[in-house]
Design a binder for this molecule. Structure first.
Ligand code: NAP
Length: 309
């Protein structure tokens, strides 16, 4: 195996939390590397508009925010490694982190900032029609459905934010929700309710995604009447929450019942030298503003840990 020079801190995950941990570690004089398997920014890079990140009164695109965060981390010396961390092995006063490329990184401390991945509905047609009309990313795939009818499943911030985005491209967006009120923030709800291209299918559970070579509709059942119907759609965008990407550290640190990493107030996990930040962590509020706050704390706490080794 090709062993690389040791770092002080390895940050696993290059979303807002990971990039911020790299920024703070670099500013603190640590030799820090951020390992990200996809693009800088993680899921945020695929968010069309972010309106609630402080300091951007007009909003900012997720892609632009990710680019800025990466540039700021790089300015303070954080190294960006495009690869996938596939495990963590504790060593005396250090950790080794094998990568998918077969390289192995070594560092004195780690920040896990691996975020989360979209939950699946688990209905017939979802897996079979993935990439043929089933999508978990409106910004990536919405343009394929320009001028067509689509459905969005879910009632949280993600579903409503992306329904509003899709309404700018598609002729009709039907939001399919399992209850009769939304979980999404009031401001997002207002945007959706006043958009003429968005309609709502309330109290509906999705039983299947219909279609063969491409999606033709979403089969739903009314939870009150039991009546079954198919909502015509050539695309279906599923936003029913996220599960934490904690597998890389899961056997070493304490997780909650949903798989989130449990930390203390300083973002320390149950394993000395391993910190966690952002959506992979157990917490109430999942916002970019919170993720970067977690990461600043995690990087500073990791620095104290390294200084006391
Ligand atoms: P979420 O808040 O967990 O909402 C998931 C939605 O999907 C809920 O409406 C839920 O219904 C529904 N759902 C869950 N399982 C389902 C199933 N099996 N079948 C049908 N519907 C199902 O997830 P999210 O909207 O992705 O948000 C995740 C976190 O990111 C939240 O903390 C959110 O605030 C944050 N976020 C914030 C923003 C923003 O601030 N602009 C944008 C995106 C995400 P119920 O309502 O009945 O539970």
């Amino acid at each position: 195996m090709n062993r690389q020079a040791a770092h002080d801190l390895i940050v696993i995950g290059g979303g807002p939390a990971g990039l911020t941990a790299g920024l703070y570690a670099g500013r603190g004089g640590l030799r820090a590397a951020i390992v990200e398997k996809l693009m800088p920014g993680g899921l945020v890079a695929n968010t069309e508009r972010i309106d609630n990140y402080p300091g951007f009164p007009e909003g900012i695109s997720g892609y632009d925010l990710a680019q800025r965060l990466q540039a700021q981390a790089a300015r303070f010396g954080a190294e960006f490694i495009s690869d996938e961390a596939v495990g963590i092995t504790p060593e005396p006063k250090s950790f080794t982190v094998p990568l998918a490329s077969k390289k192995v990184l070594r560092a004195k401390a780690l920040v896990i900032a691996t975020g989360a991945f979209p939950k699946k509905l688990g209905v017939p047609g979802e897996r079979e029609l993935l990439g043929k009309g089933v999508s978990y990313c409106a910004v990536c795939d919405g343009a394929f459905f320009r001028g067509q009818e689509v459905a969005v499943v879910g009632g949280g911030d993600s579903a409503i934010q992306e329904a509003v985005y899709l309404a700018g491209l598609c002729s009709k967006v039907t939001v399919v929700h399992r209850r009769s009120s939304l979980r999404a923030a009031e401001s997002l709800q207002k945007l959706a309710f006043r958009n003429e291209r968005i309609s709502f299918a309330w109290d509906k559970s999705v039983s299947a995604i219909e279609g063969s070579s491409g999606v033709t509709g979403v089969r739903v059942m009314d939870k009150g009447t039991g009546v079954d119907e198919v909502i015509p759609a050539s695309g279906v965008f599923i936003y029913v929450g996220y599960s934490p990407n904690s597998a890389v550290a899961g056997s070493l640190v304490k997780l909650d019942e949903a798989g989130h990493i449990v930390t203390d107030d300083n973002m320390a996990t149950s394993h000395p030298g391993i910190y966690a930040a952002g959506d992979v962590r157990r917490k109430l509020v999942r916002q970019i503003a919170g993720a970067v706050g977690d990461a600043a704390t995690a990087a500073v706490a990791a620095q104290h840990y390294i200084e006391n080794l």
